[in-house]
Design a protein around this ligand. Structure first.
Ligand SMILES: Cc1cc2nc3c(=O)[nH]c(=O)nc-3n(C[C@H](O)[C@H](O)[C@H](O)COP(=O)(O)OP(=O)(O)OC[C@H]3O[C@@H](n4cnc5c(N)ncnc54)[C@H](O)[C@@H]3O)c2cc1C
Length: 482
């Protein structure tokens, strides 16, 4: 159906805009041309809010029946919204993307996020590790209040509208409950997420469509993921599901430009770089040994959990280069190596080794199981080798768990594919007027609230860029593509 045209919006065809003004828009019949936001996760909703606050009509499309499904899942783990550490340390968590994300996080970082949540009636608190959570540790009340405010701001939602790519004339194609539909917005924000937990909506189907448009997209890979070790059936049957509490791991961080545009500062309380707390990454050089205390879980096939996720980027990179990756597990991080060696070497008389280690060092259950699983019989019988293994047991991982199981996604739209002009942040060079936000961009970060914070910050920036684009289209100007 051809749209009727409101007089104020008449104008010539504008280079860089997807169609002449005014554009046909899907709903309602006489609506002015809007900005389309595809993806109603945290990044897309933040882009929509930024647009609405700028007075821009916004249509949000999502393939799922309701918004923010992954955000709600994050709430099941307490919703770690952000982190309270100082800005330099915070920004360094984005590794080689720290430099490019820093200005966006300056504009909407940890403190701004907490104030934004407060304005929605959700108070936050800083946990002992510096992580920030809503007081009630839930995502649903925050999302509910946010959706209510977005609707009041005039944001229109089109749920069960699955974007299927661009038509030859640049129109957005959708599969909807009422059949195929098209939209020709003034600008588009893509906030399609990564490709983990596909059943919640983000499936990475967009990758080939963007590549076909000439957008450079790095292969999507699991981030904050578990790993397969290949346990024996004996060990797996007995210990799958067992938590390894208050252990420490050490791993080598391949230095592939990490810190090239920002120095890494270890966050207080949980990371020791081996070279001293707070030491900076060398810009380029040999791998950096890192050490972190925490917990993880033994699974039927390997390992997963927050401590493993912290090392996952490095382990994934080493796996890709070498086919396997090893980290060292300290089963007793609270005990000095000399103390452990002395206790292990103490004569045990007729007591079994298991009883001896349990009574002298409190080692039992899955920790003892791991020693038996990973050490040859001779090493178990050698007090020096055994004591060394208790403090640094090598665990070799063979592959990442599948992307669908991961907490987040590495890879995505490369920042080099984005325009560099300040008024068009996060806009695709290959598709002027199309902006990207959230996890579909090529950055990664550990758990700790850094994922959501970057999604919100990039959503904010993409929304601001799209609002500016819309304004220039509406003024009849020709937006600068880059
Ligand atoms: C178990 C779990 C716990 C987590 N806990 C935390 C936490 O505590 N703290 C933290 O910082 N992060 C956490 N995360 C990560 C965080 O949830 C994500 O980084 C964040 O949701 C990504 O936001 P996004 O808006 O980029 O993408 P998403 O939230 O994935 O949203 C993308 C949206 O796009 C839609 N979409 C995709 N393709 C299409 C299409 N073709 N057409 C229409 N719509 C489409 C999807 O349906 C979805 O609604 C957790 C993740 C998981 C899996």
């Amino acid at each position: 159906m051809r749209m009727r045209i409101g007089p104020r919006l008449h104008g010539p065809r504008i280079d860089g805009c997807p169609a002449p003004f005014p554009f046909p828009v899907p709903t309602p019949a006489l609506a002015p041309p809007s900005v389309a936001v595809i993806g109603a996760g945290p990044a897309g909703l933040m882009a929509a809010e930024t647009l609405a606050l700028a007075g821009v009509p916004v249509d949000v499309y999502d393939a799922m029946p309701s918004a923010g499904r992954k955000f709600l899942l994050a709430g099941k783990g307490g919703l770690n919204l952000t982190h309270a550490e100082p800005a330099p340390a915070f920004v360094s968590r984005y590794r080689e993307r720290a430099g490019v994300l820093a200005p966006l996080l300056d504009r909407f970082g940890s403190q701004a996020l907490r104030e934004w949540a407060r304005a929605l009636g959700v108070e936050t608190f800083v946990g002992s590790s510096g992580r920030v959570f809503p007081v009630d540790m839930k995502a649903a009340p925050l999302l509910r209040a946010w959706m209510h405010r977005l609707r009041q701001q005039g944001v229109r939602f089109h749920m069960r509208w699955r974007w299927t790519g661009w038509a030859d004339d640049g129109a957005l194609g959708f599969e909807t409950p009422s059949g195929a539909q098209q939209a020709r917005p003034a600008a588009t924000v893509l906030a399609l997420g990564g490709a983990s937990w596909a059943r919640l909506g983000s499936d990475g189907a967009w990758v080939p469509w963007l590549r076909a448009s000439g957008v450079d997209v790095r292969e999507l890979e699991p981030a904050n993921c578990g790993f397969d070790v290949g346990w024996s059936a004996h060990f797996s049957t007995r210990h799958a599901g067992a938590p390894l509490k208050t252990v420490a791991i050490e791993w080598d961080e391949p230095d592939e430009g990490v810190g090239a545009d920002a120095s890494f500062v270890a966050p207080a309380g949980d990371v020791d770089r081996g070279t001293g707390r707070g030491a900076a990454f060398a810009a380029i050089g040999p791998p950096v040994r890192r050490r972190q205390k925490g917990e993880f879980v033994v699974t039927a096939t390997g390992v997963e959990g927050s401590l493993v996720y912290a090392a996952s980027a490095a382990l994934r990179q080493t796996l890709a280069q070498q086919g396997q990756a090893t980290f060292h597990l300290d089963l007793l991080p609270g005990r000095e190596a000399a103390f452990v060696a002395a206790e292990v070497a103490r004569p045990r008389g007729s007591r079994s080794l298991a009883t001896h280690l349990k009574s002298r060092l409190g080692l039992d259950g899955v920790k003892m199981g791991l020693l038996h699983e990973c050490l040859p019989r001779e090493a178990m019988a050698d007090p020096v080798a055994l004591a060394r293994a208790i403090k640094a047991l090598p665990l070799t991982v063979r592959r990442c768990r599948p992307l669908d199981e991961a907490i987040s996604t590495a890879g995505g739209v490369r920042f080099e594919a984005l325009a560099t002009a300040p008024q068009t942040p996060l806009m695709l060079q290959a598709r002027p007027g199309v902006f990207c936000a959230g996890e579909m961009l090529d950055w990664e970060a550990p758990t700790g609230g850094y994922l959501l914070t970057a999604c919100f910050a990039t959503g904010r920036a993409a929304g601001a860029g799209a609002a500016d684009w819309w304004r220039r289209c509406a003024a009849g100007g020709t937006p600068e593509p880059v």
